[in-house]
Design a protein. Structure first.
Length: 210
């Protein structure tokens, strides 16, 4: 099933809370980016317990652009997160991450733009989702890199796993991303520029067949 998911990459709780409140009237799923300064030259807000007050009526997904994402699963689960998507580039053991995340909720593995699919060492059948970066991970506002679509096509050819695309998703490329085989579309810059509800409805109209 297709889903437009708001993505939030911010350094302060005030900005995160404001964006979540703008989205919650038309979506239940929210994608939060966590970056620790080790994965890329950026650092986001990392006080997980702040999310506890919002997690009761929202499905929170954590996108872990961090060193050893397995260490983040338990504190995020305690704060109410339900899906844990870890980048394999800084992951000591994919198998251990998957097992730990499955204990707490849903699990996904993420690939940065330059990382080949072959670097995923666990079966797609053990995953709830695979996240493909449409940009180089770490910063919002980048332009979508079309070469990422081939990675989506290759995953879809070999598996029924849900595929998320994150980075540069907008009204000009979302149909191409869907045609490649993705079903979760993380929108950050496009969604939050201008009227958020209108932008959400624009994206939805392009991928939901009437």
């Amino acid at each position: 099933m297709n889903e437009i998911i708001p993505g939030i990459l911010e350094t302060s709780w005030e900005e995160i809370e404001a964006k979540i409140n703008l989205c919650r009237e038309f979506t239940r799923t929210i994608h939060i980016d966590f970056i620790d300064g080790k994965f890329s030259q950026n650092t986001t807000f990392l006080d997980f317990q702040k999310f506890s007050s919002l997690s009761k009526d929202l499905f929170l997904e954590a996108h872990l652009m961090v060193d050893e994402p397995i260490d983040f699963i338990k504190p995020l689960a305690d704060a109410g997160f339900k899906r844990f998507v870890g980048h394999i580039e800084k992951m000591g053991s994919q198998e251990d991450f998957v097992v730990k995340a499955q204990e707490m909720g849903e699990v996904g593995l993420a690939l940065d733009f330059k990382t080949p699919i072959e670097e995923i060492k666990v079966s797609f059948e053990d995953l709830d989702t695979v996240l493909v970066m449409g940009v180089n991970a770490g910063f919002s506002g980048q332009q979508f890199l079309p070469d990422s679509l081939e990675k989506v096509r290759e995953i879809r050819k070999n598996s029924l796993v849900s595929i998320e695309v994150d980075g540069g998703v907008n009204d000009k490329n979302i149909r191409d991303i869907e045609d490649a085989g993705a079903n979760y579309f993380i929108s950050t810059s496009f969604l939050f520029k201008g009227d958020i509800k209108t932008n959400f409805e624009t994206l939805s109209s392009l991928i939901f067949k009437v």
